[in-house]
Design a protein around this ligand. Sequence first.
Ligand SMILES: Cc1c2[nH]c(c1CCC(=O)O)Cc1[nH]c(c(CCC(=O)O)c1C)Cc1[nH]c(c(CCC(=O)O)c1C)Cc1[nH]c(c(C)c1CCC(=O)O)C2
Length: 358
Amino acid sequence: MGFCSPTIVVCSASFFIHLASNSIFSTRPFFPPKTKCFSKKFHVACSTSTSPSDPLLVKAARGDPVSRPPAWMMRQAGRYMSVYRKLAERYPSFRERSETTDLIVEISLQPWEAFHPDGVIIFSDILTPLPAFGVPFDIEEVRGPVIQSPIYSEEGLKSLHPIDLEKLHFVGESLRILRREVGGNAAVLGFVGAPWTIATYIVEGCTTRTYTTIKTMCHTAPHVLRALLSHLAQAISDYIVFQVESGAHCIQIFDSWGGQLPPDMWERWSRPYIEEIVSIVKNKCPQTPLVLYINGNGGLLERMKATGVDVIGLDWTVDMEDGRKRLGKEISVQGNVDPACLFSPLPALTEEIQREIG
Ligand SMILES: Cc1c2[nH]c(c1CCC(=O)O)Cc1[nH]c(c(CCC(=O)O)c1C)Cc1[nH]c(c(CCC(=O)O)c1C)Cc1[nH]c(c(C)c1CCC(=O)O)C2
């Protein structure tokens, strides 16, 4: 999906949709006092069992029978909401908005309060964990993400260190509060970038449309790229477990730029690192559904399934029924309304959603 546009996302496509849930949510978010609170204080073990009271989205993601498909929107919080725009005027720095517990909670709950979706995604970014393993970055208004010291040599690798989860305490705190705020009425969604997608930023130093440096590196410095991707796989696995232990019901893995690779290159440079993550997380948190999304994934669906994730996020270039046929019944799918539909009149949008899940 395009980053700037929200996408309506539906899991488990065999039932009818119902965009508003019956749950009533009327309380204001609870914001804790601004004391330092480190991950160890709210460490809870990953759940190893399922429960009938698990939220609908979690059940659908696991492939359990559900009465209707759950609905949520990717890029749920954001610029289309005036309440968010007002908050962003008061706190113009994206880093501040996404790294301050009370702001994260407030922004994450804005769409929940407005629409009661079945999933509440934490307001964060795939780059948020980078400084916690040695890669500082900025988000510039026009250029977007900028990495201060891109890594493309052995020398650059020296700045990497194991992820320090204490530096991400605001993520853990926010998930814990979100979990409490939405009660059992929605799934709390955590997310991460896949190693290849994160590496595009770390190597190129900023957003790219050509991926020239990193694709060249696959041939000119494969050992450096492999070392970087392995480091990312371990750090991201630790970060996922931390998110689950802090309260995330479900984790979405964004390999947004995986579709920029020819499929055989994706097999070599993305898939093994996603598989490593799946294996570590499934070992520690066997009941947590993992969702894998790639932009432009029509050429990769079967390969995505082979990573062992529980749900495949289809983008809108893949017909839902075709995707379902290609993936088989034993895996859940989510997707895949074209975000541009959100600019259509409501009846047209409703019709498109009905068509997708019909
Ligand atoms: C602009 C940008 C950022 N970070 C990134 C970009 C894209 C740059 C490019 O095209 O290469 C990188 C990024 N961040 C995210 C992804 C994966 C999702 C995708 O493929 O679109 C990607 C590829 C998750 C995210 N990044 C963000 C969310 C939002 C979570 C939610 O509320 O749904 C997600 C899932 C939030 C984010 N992250 C960022 C901003 C400015 C915002 C939104 C804040 C705003 O609108 O003012 C910084």
